[in-house]
Design a protein around this ligand. Structure first.
Ligand SMILES: Nc1nc2c(ncn2[C@@H]2O[C@H](COP(=O)(O)OP(=O)(O)OP(=O)(O)O)[C@@H](O)[C@H]2O)c(=O)[nH]1
Ligand SMILES: [Mg+2]
Length: 390
């Protein structure tokens, strides 16, 4: 175990997840009613944390052991090459036990109440006997860790519920890294028996499409007054979602929220539905009072029933899995390309030539591809003409 691993990057409130920022020296005995005398008292201090084998991970996850689950996710999220093979072997073995959940993505404008909504919905579901895993996908998580810790605080009641498991976004640097880790985390949570997976998107831009590509049902959370920006910017996101809720429909805001809902319904009428055969509708909710939350869950259940019956549900999951393979191949090849020594050597000069207009982009790309494919025979800078477009 490296020194880095001993200091978690974030500290869950939920001590059950087995994290510690500070480990006390071993107790000699007696604290748990067991005699600390004899061999035990004389034994050397116990190791801080036992290394788990692939079997340990698989058995622990399948048994729903929360501590092993948390460690299995840490393994999946690890950037250390040594962990990669163990993580992949664990996933291979867990795979037959995955898929038995409904995966719901939740996106929306910052501050719309996504986390509060998840807390309200999650508690309801846990109390109804579901096991709920909450994940976050935030490509900028290495920068904005503060807000993620904030999310855990906002979900404080849910995070203490024995049926809930909350995992902040992995920090992956690039979205591709975060996406892979989140997808694999989702599978591990399913194998551990979580039958509802709620994925909150944090940040803007690409994370919406990434989360859409890993969930069955996609919910957009808006607030009244966000309508203006919605017309243009959010239209694309509206076309990705299976339901919209106008949140904060409480107090003085109720009437405005209802008006926004009616306006959204009108817009939705003209948009392509995200899921064939399913009409996306708009609702009002209050994550604070709980109004409308149960209704949204009824929509998710009806969606599941209908899309399972029509075959769309499984079709989407299958195409998501296949698309994921393609995405990972693209990422793999690109990272090999980027780190290839000949490419790295030739790149600065070629970039300069393209920037100055001396070389066309297509030719530059071809030269770089040749550097990658031919290695030492790379035409490199020698192929860069003094002037003129190619
Ligand atoms: N009145 C009212 N306030 C709400 C409601 N839902 C959330 N809030 C408040 O809105 C603020 C933001 O809520 P969050 O749940 O953190 O919103 P979020 O969409 O997760 O925010 P980011 O993750 O930062 O984008 C908090 O102060 C909440 O208490 C609601 O239904 N009614
Ligand atoms: Mg949030």
């Amino acid at each position: 175990m490296t020194g880095k691993e001993k200091r978690p990057e974030w500290v869950p409130e939920n001590a059950e997840e087995g994290f510690a920022t500070h480990v006390l020296p071993g107790v000699e005995g007696g604290h748990d009613g067991i005699c600390g005398c004899g061999a035990r008292a004389a034994a050397p201090p116990a190791p801080r944390r036992k290394n788990l084998s692939v079997e340990d991970y698989v058995e622990g996850v399948l048994a729903g052991d929360r501590m092993v689950l948390a460690r299995a996710i840490t393994l999946v999220e690890s950037n250390a090459p040594a962990h990669f093979d163990i993580a992949q072997e664990m996933l291979r073995r867990l795979l037959p036990n995955t898929g038995n959940s409904v995966r719901v993505g939740i996106t929306g404008v910052p501050g719309a109440g996504k986390s509060t909504f998840i807390e309200a919905l999650g508690i309801r579901l846990c109390e109804a006997g579901h096991k709920v895993a909450v994940l976050a996908v935030d490509p900028s998580s290495s920068v904005t860790r503060g807000s993620i810790l904030g999310d855990k605080t906002r979900m404080s009641k849910l995070s203490r519920h024995p049926n809930a498991f909350i995992r902040p976004s992995p920090s992956g640097g690039v979205l591709g890294g975060v996406a892979r880790k989140s997808r694999e985390t989702l599978l591990v949570a399913e194998a551990a028996g979580y039958d509802v997976i709620l994925v909150e998107t944090v940040g803007v831009g690409q994370s919406e499409t990434t989360v859409r590509s890993m969930v069955d049902f996609f919910l957009l959370v808006l607030i009244a007054g966000a309508g203006d920006e919605l017309q243009g910017m959010k239209r694309g996101i509206m076309e990705l979602c299976d339901a919209i809720c106008v949140n904060k429909a409480d107090g003085d805001n109720r009437i405005r929220a209802e008006a926004a809902r009616a306006e959204l319904e009108r817009i939705l009428h003209y948009l392509q539905p995200a899921t064939p055969g399913w009409q996306t509708r708009a609702y009002t909710t209050s994550a604070r009072t709980g109004d409308g939350i149960g209704e949204i869950w009824e929509v998710v259940e009806r969606f599941q029933k209908e899309t399972r019956a029509s075959g769309i549900f499984m079709e989407r999951r299958q195409s998501q899995a296949v698309e994921w393979v393609h995405t990972m191949v693209r990422q793999y090849l690109f990272s090999r390309f980027e780190s290839h020594p000949e490419v790295r050597r030739a790149l600065p000069e070629i970039e300069k030539a393209v920037a100055s207009g001396a070389m066309a982009a297509t030719r530059a790309a071809r030269i770089l591809a040749a550097c990658y494919e031919e290695g030492e025979d790379c035409p490199g800078a020698g192929a860069v003409p003094e002037s003129g477009r190619l």
